[in-house]
Each structure stands twice: as C-alpha cells, then as structure tokens.
Design a protein. Structure first.
Length: 141
C-alpha cells in the first residue's frame, strides 16, 4: 500500500520539492514531480537547473524520450515513467496517487493552504493509508 508523507510549513514549495527530490535521488529513488499546469512545470524545471548550487539534479519532462531513465521527472498529466516516488504540488489529492509506492504532499505556511493540506491528510487517513508528517518550520528553529 502507498505510504504518504506530509511536509508542512514550507516557505517555498518549489524549493522544498527540489530539496526532497535531491535527497530521494541520493537514496536511489526515482521521482515524479507532479504539477497542475505547464507554467508551474516551467518554473520547477528552471529551478532544478540551479539546485543545489554546487550540484545538478538530472531531470526532464515526462513526455521526453529519456524520461524512463531519468532520476527526476516533471509532469502535469497521467503519463508516468515509473511508480516509485510521487511529489505532488497540487491543492487536492490526485486521483492516481495509489499507483506510487510513496507520495509526498508539500503544504505551505498560509492558513488556506494548511486547511487544504488537512483535507488531503483526512482523505488519505480515512482510506487507511500509512501517514507520516514532518513540520519543516520546526526543523529550521
């Protein structure tokens, strides 16, 4: 069954997604960064070219030929080159999350986003998924 981890209190969700992708890649996991639209995919793509400043995260879009062998893939449709780790940057649960071994949900700091995050958490909990939680705000204090 899919394991779901919530990372709450993110001041910059795209940067958090990059950090978590880098960590997963270092641990040998392949990542699908899933975004709601091409505009956000473009922003994430540009950020990954410069993150971290002293290294490089090999990545591409999910529709590119090299996606099957790439450690980090960005997508905004339901075309998946693997089913290892999904990092979702959506405001609601994506319908296909259970196809992945692990899902990471990133929740920002503002009250509206926290409320949407709690709804996603409840959605998964009510269906019996194993849940984890990391409060990023507490890690930086």
């Amino acid at each position: 069954m899919t394991k779901i981890d919530f990372y709450t209190g993110s001041e910059d969700k795209l940067r958090t997604a990059c950090q978590l992708s880098h960590k997963a890649m270092q641990n040998g996991l392949r990542v699908l960064l899933h975004v709601p639209d091409d505009e956000l995919a473009d922003k994430l793509d540009k950020l990954l070219w410069h993150y971290p400043p002293t290294a490089f995260i090999p990545h591409c879009r999910n529709h590119e030929a090299e996606a099957a062998g790439m450690p980090v893939v960005i997508g905004c449709d339901e075309s998946f080159p693997h089913s290892e780790l999904l990092i979702s940057l959506h405001e609601e649960c994506v319908s296909f999350f259970s196809r992945f071994e692990r899902v990471i949900e990133i929740v920002g700091c503002d009250a509206e986003e926290a409320a949407r995050g709690r709804l996603r958490f409840k959605h998964y909990r009510d269906r019996g998924y194993e849940l984890g939680h990391t409060d990023l705000a507490k890690l930086h204090t």
